[in-house]
Design a protein around this ligand. Structure first.
Ligand SMILES: [Zn+2]
Length: 349
């Protein structure tokens, strides 16, 4: 069975059968050092750490929520809303400073276990400020301290990406985050800004110019979640209006050859999250994964894990899934190099 056939077979039936997928990676590929360019902090907290924190903070679970059932997503979901069920509780903690330290350490530990040597962690600092009852500046400072301590402990290079949620208040949120960044003296640990959330929601007209300004003024990298839910115009807007350096998911772009050529020409990198794309339905079970189109049009891409703890997988499993979807071992090696080239972290050796 060639790789293409494996891709079809896995997407139809046993796509996430751990051992089956993992076998497509050689030992050398599986154990190789990696870079992670698209991972959400709250989707990367191991289950045992979550259990510990919610017990410690006496977090009240929504009625009917079962941790073992509702905190993990291992098979394709009926809807994006269903995939997002775990966030019903992921947004309820950490309320305590020490639990932020605890979860940062656990996230970095699990990344280290997947041979990740450099990682860009995404976080919504404003939700952290609300939970910890502190200012956005204090929340950002705490986040930097926690993640720096964790990265020092494991000898990993880490950078932080500040995530803004799409919607009416996204301009205000971005301005607030940038003010916090300025208040802290533009710390090197912050490397980029992200836009995430419901792609059907329109953003304020001035938002793209605020992103461009942050890029020009502070040298922050820009990555935009776009085209995950079929809206190809969001990918185009990310490129043409937001001056994005990278696109999160971008699966819808595969339907537009002109856009693919534009991405290739401008060397905009797509953060492909193969396991997530199948679980959310961004790539329907009966369709080939768009990364084959990305490759055909020579659009740069990196393989990322998005929310590995929710999937109960590591980054190597995403590489293996990408191979099951049709990539060759040589493609996987190439994207390791692309991760070094497109990371917003500077001075990697
Ligand atoms: Zn994401």
């Amino acid at each position: 069975m060639d790789q293409r056939n494996i891709g079809l077979a896995t997407s139809q039936s046993d796509a996430f059968e751990h051992e089956v997928v993992r076998h497509s990676l050689t030992e050398e590929l599986y154990t190789r050092d990696r870079g992670e360019l698209h991972i959400h902090m709250n989707g990367a907290i191991p289950m045992s750490t979550i259990q510990h924190i919610i017990a410690d903070e006496l977090t009240e679970l929504p009625s009917g929520f079962l941790l073992e059932r509702d905190l993990v997503r291992k098979t394709p979901c009926q809807s994006l809303a269903s995939y997002l069920t775990p966030w019903q509780i992921l947004r309820l903690f950490p309320k305590k400073r020490e639990n932020l330290d605890r979860l940062s350490l656990a996230i970095v530990a699990s990344l280290a276990e997947s041979n990740v040597r450099f990682a860009e962690l995404r976080s919504s600092v404003l939700y952290l400020a609300a939970l910890q009852n502190c200012s956005p500046t204090e929340a950002l400072e705490r986040l930097i301290e926690s993640t720096t301590a964790a990265s020092n402990h494991f000898g990993m290079r880490l950078g932080l990406i500040l995530t803004v949620t799409r919607g009416d208040y996204s301009s205000v949120a971005l301005s607030t985050l940038l003010q916090a960044y300025q208040n802290l003296g533009e710390p090197d640990e912050v490397i980029g800004i992200d836009l995430a959330g419901n792609e059907e929601i329109a953003c304020p007209g001035e938002l793209p110019s605020l992103y461009r300004k942050a890029k020009d003024q502070y040298g922050l990298g820009i990555t935009i979640h776009a085209g995950e839910t079929g809206r190809v115009d969001n990918v185009r807007a990310a490129v043409e209006l937001f001056s994005a350096d990278r696109i999160g998911h971008g699966t819808a772009a595969s339907k537009d050859p002109y856009l693919l050529d534009l991405l290739a020409k401008q060397e905009i990198c797509i953060e492909v999250c193969p396991i997530s794309n199948r679980l959310t339905g961004a790539v329907p079970v009966d369709e080939a994964h768009p990364l084959l189109e990305f490759r055909r049009h020579q659009v740069p891409f990196v393989i990322c894990s998005d929310n590995p703890a929710i999937h109960q997988r590591g980054l190597a499993d995403d590489d293996a899934t990408a191979m099951a979807e049709g990539l060759s071992a040589s493609d996987i090696y190439q994207q390791f190099e692309a991760a070094k080239r497109y990371t917003f972290i500077e001075g990697l050796d």
